[in-house]
Write a protein of this length. Sequence first.
Length: 213
Amino acid sequence: MRLLDLYCGAGGAAMGYHYAGFDEIVGVDIVPQPRYPFRFILLSALDLRTGPWDGWDLVHASPPCQPFTCLRSVFDATKYQDLIAVTRLRLQEIGVPYVIENVVGAPVRPDLTLCANTFGLRSYRHRIFECSFPVVQPAHLPHVVRVNRRKQNRRAHWDAGGFVTVTGDIGRYVGPAAMGIDWMTGAELSQAVPPAYTKFIGKQFLETVNERL
């Protein structure tokens, strides 16, 4: 199965699809991604007429989330465009099954809302997914472990069994257990999709395909 990964970042979403069973993955981003774990093309994700857009079984897109995130004051969201609507339109024009991922509050149809805690990860990172194929929403487990408070020693909190918000320098320290990712920088982890999310989605997509055969 072939996956095209738009706005791919450092490859958190791509790795999940790989775990689900996709054997050919190509990432596209306008920013170089030296740690992307699969084939990478430096290109605008919206340049669909000149890119390698034919023959894909599924397209995943993670347009910039900065205009919608609760941390937009940190990112200076004014530097980022809302590319969700134009991305959706292009994907519908292509006619290939797709997934659009973004943060809670973004103008994405929330067919799925996923939390890291659901997958046994020590984080509460929430992401919503618009899927052009049927998906099942898993139970959202209660947030029973406290996330570290501001000015608290984040490493001490983590080492004592707490959860953290994966941003900045703490990322490399907690990435494997909080995100299921061990190849990214802290900055890349701050915006990554845990692979467990897209593994869950990818398996449902493959089941849908198999049912049609």
